[in-house]
Design a protein around this ligand. Structure first.
Ligand SMILES: Cc1c2[nH]c(c1CCC(=O)O)Cc1[nH]c(c(CCC(=O)O)c1C)Cc1[nH]c(c(CCC(=O)O)c1C)Cc1[nH]c(c(C)c1CCC(=O)O)C2
Length: 369
């Protein structure tokens, strides 16, 4: 498939305007992992198909991406392409399986620096290896019919390196950290190689139709501030700068999410991203005081509030949306992905409350002027 057929015109550009720092009528909202196991229609799809088969089949990836957009019609202001951060290690030559109930598993992880020569491809042809993601993006853009913008994404180099060495989830990340401290040069080489692939992949996603991009450093907060400076920040910086330089006038807004790296918020506001996604360890007031309007803030309700019942959800959304202020440089979201056991009604109440409070805040700020 090619991106040559023109895409339908966009009817809701709230999130793009918020990311660019323009005023919005209300705070736009979407949710990390909004296409996922809390949706019965997604679970039904997973009975039929393996996780990576869905990722690799554009028709299925498109179908699953659209599930939350259809179910919560008019309530979500963005879609995010259904895929996974671990398609990058796969493109680099590694095998990754998704084990139901357990998560990702690498049967043959990187153990020693010399494994970079034997277990990773020397040159990665991103266009060929990840064509299926580009096809899914192009197909989804057409099927969305301009309802909301489509977000593309990658995992950050440090988070991907950690998976490639740990071979899956880990409580301590001891193996990946052993690399950082024992083999710092090899670690930097690996991070650089992952960065190059991430850059080609993001550029390709935009050329295929992605209208905004997010970089997920899910394990950023496992690093000390000094180690984040050495092993994550330089690569996050390269990604923003080189993707924007390569795309030139076609560049789209970019968001960085470094979960747990509260200490890096000031730096993350100055490295070329338009938006910074926050987990729930920030108050809106402190995040605004640190970032001083340099970036759009995204987030940040604790996803577990969705288990707390209606009153708790409404109270937390009120606090969040009023705290961030709703019409300037703010995108409502959770502080991390929605969890698989969240009731679909709780998600609906979250979205409806963000809309209601967002409109109230906008009306109040218009009154004041
Ligand atoms: C660390 C990470 C991964 N994947 C991702 C991250 C970064 C975000 C984060 O920190 O949560 C990113 C991701 N993974 C998925 C998306 C799809 C788009 C969306 O947000 O809706 C996105 C953006 C689908 C998925 N990725 C995965 C599922 C569930 C798998 C299944 O259906 O069996 C989905 C819907 C599997 C996955 N993939 C990964 C793990 C650790 C797991 C297992 C744990 C879990 O299930 O939550 C790696």
């Amino acid at each position: 498939m090619s991106a040559s057929k023109p895409f339908p015109p966009l009817k809701n550009d709230l999130i793009l305007r918020a990311a660019r720092g323009e005023k919005t009528e209300r705070a736009p909202v979407w949710v990390m992992r909004q296409a996922g196991r809390y949706l019965p229609e997604f679970r039904a799809e997973r009975v039929e198909n393996d996780f990576f088969k869905i990722c690799r089949t554009p028709e299925l990836a498109t179908k699953v991406t659209l599930q939350p957009i259809d179910r919560y019609a008019g309530l979500l202001d963005a879609s995010i392409i259904f895929s996974d951060i671990l398609v990058v290690p796969q493109a680099m030559g590694m095998t990754v399986e998704m084990i139901p109930g357990k998560g990702p598993h690498f049967p043959d992880p990187l153990v020693l620096p010399q494994d970079m020569t034997t277990k990773l491809k020397e040159k990665v042809d991103v266009q060929k290896e990840l064509q299926y993601v580009f096809d899914a993006i192009t197909m989804t853009r057409h099927e969305l019919d301009g309802r909301v913008p489509l977000i593309g994404f990658v995992g950050a180099p440090w988070t991907l390196m950690a998976y490639m060495i740990e071979g899956g989830g880990s409580k301590t990340l001891s193996k990946a950290k052993e690399w950082l401290f024992k083999y710092p040069k090899a670690s930097q080489e690996l991070l650089g190689r992952i960065t190059d692939v991430c850059i080609d992949f993001l550029v390709g996603q935009v050329r295929a139709g992605a209208q905004m991009l997010q970089v997920f450093d899910s394990w950023g907060g496992e690093l000390s501030p000094q180690d984040f400076d050495l092993f994550s920040l330089p690569y996050l910086t390269q990604i923003a700068k080189r993707v924007k330089a390569e795309l030139g006038s076609e560049a789209v807004p970019m968001t960085v999410f470094a979960k747990g790296s509260w200490y890096a918020l000031d730096q993350l506001s100055d490295i070329g991203y338009d938006a910074v996604s926050l987990d729930w360890t920030h108050t809106p007031e402190s995040a605004k005081a640190i970032t001083k309007g340099r970036v759009t803030l995204q987030g940040n309700m604790d996803p577990n509030v969705l288990f707390g019942g209606d009153e708790a959800i409404i109270a937390a959304v009120e606090k969040m949306v009023r705290g961030f202020g709703s019409t300037e440089r703010y995108i409502a979201n959770l502080g991390h992905g929605i969890l698989p056991t969240v009731p679909v009604e709780a998600m609906e109440l979250f979205l409806k409350t963000v809309h209601r409070v967002g409109l109230e805040v906008a009306a109040e700020s218009a009154d004041k002027q």
